[in-house]
Design a protein around this ligand. Structure first.
Ligand code: CU
Length: 169
């Protein structure tokens, strides 16, 4: 009788130990997930939001097959400089990155390999400075229309950007 009682007690003891071990494991697993979550979330936020493109716009036009400047505001909160490498818009065949040279003659646009985006700064692309030139438009662009263009950054990657057609960009 004593032996049975002992084995029951031992069994119950083992179960408690087993439960303690289980809850201990799932406890540390949960802590591990929370830690991973805390570690990943700010990382993703930094990678996704450190660079933001807003107010992208292109002038309205009744003509087709022409070149139009695309301008935008770029806020780069990252600690490293970035650069625009490529832009694709559904309403233009090609694009170039342009700067404007001011020499002795009239200001002249010139194609550049990339548009520099300094760190910790907000910059405006504009007609008379760095801008994207959309070449060979495929359709008329009506004031108020919006399109999604892909702006490819060297570090921030591809940003799908809403571009608004506006009469006065
Ligand atoms: Cu241009």
């Amino acid at each position: 009788m004593i032996a049975i009682a002992t084995s029951v007690r031992d069994g119950a003891g083992l179960d408690r130990v087993g439960q303690a071990a289980l809850s201990g494991r799932s406890g540390s697993l949960a802590v591990g997930l929370v830690v991973v979550g805390l570690w990943l979330t700010p990382g993703f936020a930094a990678a996704g939001d450190a660079l933001q493109v807003t107010n992208a716009r292109v002038p309205a036009s009744d003509e087709v097959g022409i070149d139009l400047p695309l301008v935008m505001t770029i806020r780069n909160d990252a600690t490293e400089a970035d650069a625009i490498l490529r832009v694709r818009c559904p309403f233009a065949n090609f694009s170039e990155k342009h700067t404007v040279d001011r020499g002795e003659g009239a200001p002249a646009m010139r194609a550049v390999k990339s548009i520099p985006i300094p760190e910790n700064k907000t910059i405006e692309l504009k007609r008379d400075g760095y801008h994207v030139m959309l070449l060979q438009t495929r359709q008329k662009l009506v004031d108020g229309e919006t399109f999604t263009c892909a702006v490819v950054f060297q570090k921030a990657g591809t940003k799908e950007t809403e571009v608004q057609v506006s009469r006065t960009p």
